[in-house]
Design a protein around this ligand. Structure first.
Ligand SMILES: [Zn+2]
Length: 306
């Protein structure tokens, strides 16, 4: 029996011990690292922009999942026809989408209504385009304070940070960014939550292929649930590339419903410009967006007493 076959047998047994549907809940939290052993989550900020489908396809081709933290009005308007299709595309492929605020401001400098507005507009966009309410909000540049945190929590959203930054948006060369992936592997990190940016051509063209190849060499594409803790004999053998929610064992969305019909109100006109907030000329939206719940299943039989 080969070592591979032995491992497969051990792993099959391990599946029986595991709890694949375990969702640890208890209110929104600030997450700065993955929890599940051997899970690596690659997260891509600032889209939807030009490289999102390319990145999506690269992950899909190897059975991996990516996470995209999106803006409404940053590098482009999320309601531009091609961007709407891109959001639908990556969602349909099973990648995770989360909020990165509407206009990518420094939320620490915003008033409470302005912060609410930044979160509302992204909830509204996701609710309209794919019919989900996000459970994760990544504050731009990772900047937040207690007010930002409390507002996110009140809107049912976790704060999503990271523990490894490729620096692809901060002037790092690709070699410097690749060194971040190498460090994860070389240190035999228990898991990793890595920041990239979808808006960078070199990220899509160089970093993502490098990362997928590197982690594949460590066997990431073996996908199943490990028991927790992972038996020592299995530890460090297999790494999985998963969504941020999956590496935490929580739900990616507050609710999953139905996409809405597009109307003329799907526009970035009259909304906060990149880096700006709502103000006297752009009323702040602080409520809950329209959301269409999934239809109840047919086959439900009503029994009426006579
Ligand atoms: Zn950003």
């Amino acid at each position: 029996m080969s070592i591979r076959a032995i491992l497969c047998t051990l792993l099959a047994v391990s599946v029986a011990w595991s709890h694949p549907n375990l969702k640890s809940r208890g209110g929104p939290q600030v997450y700065g690292a993955c929890i599940k052993p051997n899970d690596i989550a690659l997260t891509f900020d600032d889209g939807p922009y030009n490289y999102i489908r390319n990145i999506s396809d690269q992950f899909t081709a190897v059975g991996a999942k990516a996470t995209f933290f999106m803006n409404g009005n940053n590098w482009d308007c999320i309601y531009a026809p091609d961007r709407i299709e891109s959001v639908k595309y990556v969602y349909s492929k099973g990648h995770m989408i989360g909020s990165h605020t509407w206009s990518h401001p420094d939320l620490r400098t915003f008033t409470t209504p302005q912060i609410q507005d930044e979160m509302f507009r992204m909830e509204e966009a996701f609710s309209r385009i794919v019919g989900v309410l996000p459970a994760f909000m990544r504050p731009p540049s990772g900047y937040y304070n207690d007010n930002v945190k409390n507002i996110a929590f009140s809107r049912g959203q976790n704060l999503a940070l990271w523990d490894h930054d490729t620096g692809d948006a901060d002037g790092n060369t690709t070699a410097q960014s690749e060194a971040v992936y190498n460090a994860v592997v070389d240190s035999k990190a228990k898991n990793a939550l890595i920041l990239q940016h979808e808006t960078k051509a070199s990220t899509a063209g160089t970093l993502v292929p490098y990362a997928l190849k590197l982690f594949k060499s460590k066997g990431y594409n073996v996908r199943f649930s490990f028991p927790n803790p992972v038996p020592t004999v299995l530890n460090n053998f297999f790494i999985k590339l998963v969504t941020m929610a999956e590496c935490l064992g929580v739900d990616p969305y507050q609710a999953v419903g139905v996409a809405q019909q597009q109307t003329s109100s799907w526009t970035c006109n009259g909304t906060p410009a990149p880096g700006e907030g709502c103000d006297s000329s752009i009323p702040c939206k602080t409520g809950k967006p329209d959301f269409i719940p999934a239809l109840e299943h047919s086959g439900h039989v009503n029994i009426t007493a006579e």
